[in-house]
Design a protein around this ligand. Sequence first.
Ligand SMILES: NC(=O)c1ccc[n+]([C@@H]2O[C@H](COP(=O)([O-])OP(=O)(O)OC[C@H]3O[C@@H](n4cnc5c(N)ncnc54)[C@H](O)[C@@H]3O)[C@@H](O)[C@H]2O)c1
Length: 434
Amino acid sequence: MKISVVGTGYVGLVTGACFSDAGHEVLCIDNDPKKIDLLHKGVMPIYEPGLDEIVARNVKSGRLKFSTSIAEGTAFAEVIFIAVGTPPGVGGEANMTYVEQVGRQVAEHMTSYRLLVEKSTVPAKTSEYLKRTILKYLREDTDFDVASNPEFLREGTAIEDATHPDRIVVGVESQRAGDLLEEIYRPILQKGGGEFLRMSVTSAELTKHASNSFLAMKISYINAVARICELAGADVGQVAKGMGLDPRIGPRFLSAGVGYGGSCFPKDVDAFVRLSDALGIDFKLLKEVQAINKTQREYVMKKIKQELWVVQDKTIAIFGLAFKPETDDVREAPSLYFVPKLGEMKAKLRAWDPVAEGKFKEIHPELECVPDLYECAKGADLVLILTEWDAVKKIDLKKLKEIMACPVIVDGRNVFKPEEIRALGFTYHSVGRN
Ligand SMILES: NC(=O)c1ccc[n+]([C@@H]2O[C@H](COP(=O)([O-])OP(=O)(O)OC[C@H]3O[C@@H](n4cnc5c(N)ncnc54)[C@H](O)[C@@H]3O)[C@@H](O)[C@H]2O)c1
């Protein structure tokens, strides 16, 4: 089948590449000419493990193409996926400007039936606004459908998630729209497994809010438990293991740490709270999830301050800027809280991240970044771990201790075993463990 995907970011590019790898003909569109130029040159505009290979393979086979033109995308395929950003807007509500733009531009170029699929995470009822927008700007009297197909992939494992989905959720209003989406996903489901769920559009939109908010709730829950563990003299890692082996709970998203970040959880929980407020429901549980997440960073900051006493002029080495390993995405990353706060306190900061330095420096060009972990830690009074990259897990601790001015680690990701690292002579603070 022919498919257009609008927005070639973390979601759109992975989706387009995986659809083409499944045998479809795909045109990926972005209004950022720099991104399309890079893609034409075979350079990935984002870091996602394995993506470059899939893109190269499918470009070579002629099944994957790129363009900046929505007119071309509208003419190219009957099904158009919208995968543009929906960042937090004024007052925290999702900014729907880009989704509206795409709806309008597609409408202006449509001359026969088109199915517009919301792949971006959008507030419930977006399809109603999208339909209205299309009707306003349609130049010819043509049929169309709007569907919701929320994306559940995770950065860092996006290819595996897109090719082996546990479920494909589609919200449709017509048999035709549902059948088109089933045809698109058939090769992926046949190869990778997973369930194809047809439901109403609003249910599909809400499934995404409810899923991400639930996962964020698990993280805030374990972070709240971590604080209790620390005071009660328990180890949150052991508690989480004991909890997670219960299949009703499950082990994932039970890692205590510095709190959740990224482009999805903070924004999606916020959107669900706002939607509930608008519907007259005070979703206090989710408001507490947000409060715990916010204070979790402050909680780790307190450990730094207590350890250093005077922060001014102390050298702090930051290990990790990305919101999680295996991505260069820094949106809502904990590093965006710690770097300016520690900067205000006049600490001397030096950071290391294998792939996120460039994106972080677009926001904080003043931060000194170095390409080597040991160089980063040289002469430091404290190492702050914000991303559990493999290189951090595998660091030579004896060497680290020798090169630091003071062997102190504040570990926001519970990378090391407290007793082992203390036996090496480190002062070690982690989350939920003594
Ligand atoms: N990143 C994730 O892990 C993830 C997971 C699930 C869902 N989502 C959701 O998917 C959506 C996209 O997220 P992302 O992380 O891929 O964002 P992104 O910022 O990486 O990519 C969005 C792309 O859309 C392009 N764009 C914006 N307006 C456009 C327009 N009018 N025409 C053409 N292109 C346009 C931008 O240039 C950008 O390249 C968001 O709603 C997000 O919440 C993201």
